[in-house]
Design a protein around this ligand. Sequence first.
Ligand SMILES: *[C@@H]1O[C@H](CO)[C@@H](O)[C@H](O)[C@H]1NC(C)=O
Length: 431
Amino acid sequence: MMVVKQKKQGKQWRSVCKGLVLGALLTSCMILLYCLSAPEVQFHLPEIPVPYSCAHHPSIGQSPAGSSSIHRGLRRDRRCTPKVDIMFMKTHKTASSTILNMLFRFGEKHHLKFAFPSSRNDFFYPSLFYRTQVKDYGPGMCFNIMCNHMRFNEAEVAKVLPADTTYITILRDPAELFESSFHYFGRLVPFTWKISGGDKMEEFLSQPELYYDPEGFNSFYLKNLLFFDFGQDNNLPLADPRVEEGIRAISRRFHLVMLVEHFEESLILLKDALCWDMDDLLFFKLNVRKGSTVSKMTPELRAKALQWNAIDWKLYQHFNNTFWKKVELYGRERMENDVAELRRRNSQMAAICIEGGHAVDAGSIHETSMQPWQPIGEKSIMGYNLKKNVDKAHQKLCRKMLTPELQYLTDLGVNLWITKLWGHVRDILDW
Ligand SMILES: *[C@@H]1O[C@H](CO)[C@@H](O)[C@H](O)[C@H]1NC(C)=O
């Protein structure tokens, strides 16, 4: 009895220590980052407009005016020009790493220029996006794709990307998103440290007002995270007119808002919006959590989570409506056929590329270059082993499709020293 108690206390003491070290580290990191970025923010940059388009296609789509108008319907379907100027607003915990992999591949295929962050894999999140955060940025320069995590700032993004940019993003059911965010980021939010009980999330949702502190460090991870990511105030009361305004602003800016719950349908709409090929949509689910660590939410808990994240719920419902209208316009049957084809081709690829055909635990991944980034405190994110003896025709594609986000970013020339340093610190502390 005594031993068990001591052991338990030892464990608690250990986690308190970890918490303190983590807090101190995070604070110093933030201060350092602010020092590094602040002078740039005050810099007065000349306003040189970005060209209307940064596409560099030779002549596709520039046939004489007469013939093009006659065949417009046909061209839209088969011979449209792939859109290469793309802003993907990467929201948190929304399968967005999988989409990033597609964008990286598409960008490489068409020799496009990415607006990447420097030194880490996001644009100084949770600070608002500012164009000097872009690696090698210069006023008036041409960039095609921006897709790393940021806190969206419409005016600044528009100063980096050309006017013909297609804006896309993805949302997830807010109850599921909250559960995922709590699991993944909970430990980064100091006010959760004092929550007791076996299921911290359940305890939090039973009386969120008691635990939640809107001024608390990293508190945005646990309330209306989607709305926050779009640069809005996540602590507004639902009835505040700024909520409606925020949703309207997102609606005006984004050409396509996808839904995690209908991922394949979303991709088909994406293909339609960007005039891509089915090949561009091939994917393996990256950054997937082990089934055993995903909590099944009861209906009561789900209701509480939606009530707590009421702004995100409103946002989600709004774009659920527009999503199904788009599917209707696309054609229900056509959609079903296309989704079936995409699924067929994805499983074909899985059979070609993946050892055993499915994702495995981190401990069973052989190559370090295939190891995904893990949340603090566990190894719950799964990854893949590349099959040996993949035929020559598929080797490159297989490897790219299976490469986790951070490794791919490094391959594309982004120096991630802050992110890596953080990883080493965690390894040393055995987090
Ligand atoms: C989304 O919209 C569809 C079609 O209108 C509807 O059947 C479904 O219940 C909606 N889902 C949510 C979560 O609002």
